[in-house]
Design a protein around this ligand. Structure first.
Ligand code: ADP
Ligand code: ADP
Ligand code: ZN
Length: 217
């Protein structure tokens, strides 16, 4: 099963992707996570990406397409994958299609998670992430049992640098301008599956699973 999760920052892509990993036993490929790891390790790619990420802008297409191409070539993607946060531009979507066509693969569903901007602001400012295992939390909507500590591995939680209010507004603008056109792009390709991203995390997961398991088209 080859899936794309599409949606604005804070829509719940990462949260839902991690649950899908467990349900479908296929890997999550988050370009944001891969880029943040590169920044932390101070690789040449990380150095190039950092300024864009700090400003809430998209990292150049060639960089992220390269990341995804390399990741999709790994053996754990043979049975499928969940792309989380990629593609984010029409050019990235075209590159993905070409890349997969060359390998006789294709995307089966693009799950578009929609959430209003007011709700997104509250989600992003309250987002926390585990330093150890990467699990995501929200200080109100999905709080850890012990404040500031991960339920699964006990490591400390942190707030992403780009989850501050100014950067976040920029990221929402960038989404509207550069990424939202992908909704029509994938609708025209008959791949788009709309999911309203509001309500409990479990109910949204249930809707996504119904789509990918073929109960709902
Ligand atoms: P969010 O989960 O809030 O949508 P991500 O973790 O996916 O954020 O991305 C964080 C940042 O990493 C983005 O603001 C952007 O700078 C960069 N990034 C991630 N994925 C891409 C992509 N596909 N194309 C360009 N930049 C990307
Ligand atoms: P994305 O990867 O799309 O940027 P995340 O999965 O990181 O989004 O979710 C953003 C924030 O919203 C996180 O703090 C997460 O715990 C919280 N969140 C995710 N899904 C829901 C939901 N259905 N209701 C309320 N908060 C949610
Ligand atoms: Zn953890």
């Amino acid at each position: 099963m080859n899936l794309v999760l599409l949606g604005p920052p804070g829509a719940g892509k990462g949260t839902q992707a991690k649950l899908l990993v467990k349900a479908l036993s296929i890997p999550q490929i988050s370009t944001g996570d891969i880029l943040r790891a590169a920044v932390k390790e101070q690789t040449p790619m990380g150095a190039k990406a950092k300024a864009f990420m700090d400003d809430g802008l998209l990292v150049p297409d060639a960089v992220v397409v390269g990341i995804v191409e390399e990741r999709l070539a790994k053996p754990d993607c043979v049975a499928g994958f969940i792309l989380d946060g990629f593609p984010r531009t029409v050019s990235q979507a075209d590159s993905l299609r070409c890349m997969l066509e060359g390998q006789a693969r294709s995307i089966e569903h693009v799950i578009s998670i929609s959430v209003d901007n007011d709700e997104l602001l509250g989600r992003i400012t309250g987002r926390r992430t585990c330093k150890g295992c990467g699990k995501g939390y929200h200080i109100c909507f999905d709080a850890p049992r012990v404040p500031g500590k991960c339920d699964e591995c006990g490591a400390e939680l942190f707030q992403r640098d780009d989850d501050r209010e100014e950067t976040m507004r920029k990221r929402l603008e960038v989404y509207d301008l550069q990424t939202a056109p992908l909704i029509d792009y994938y609708r025209n390709a008959s791949l788009l599956r709309d999911v309203r991203g509001v309500g409990s995390i479990e109910s949204i997961q249930h809707q996504i699973l119904s789509i990918v398991q073929g109960d709902v088209g």
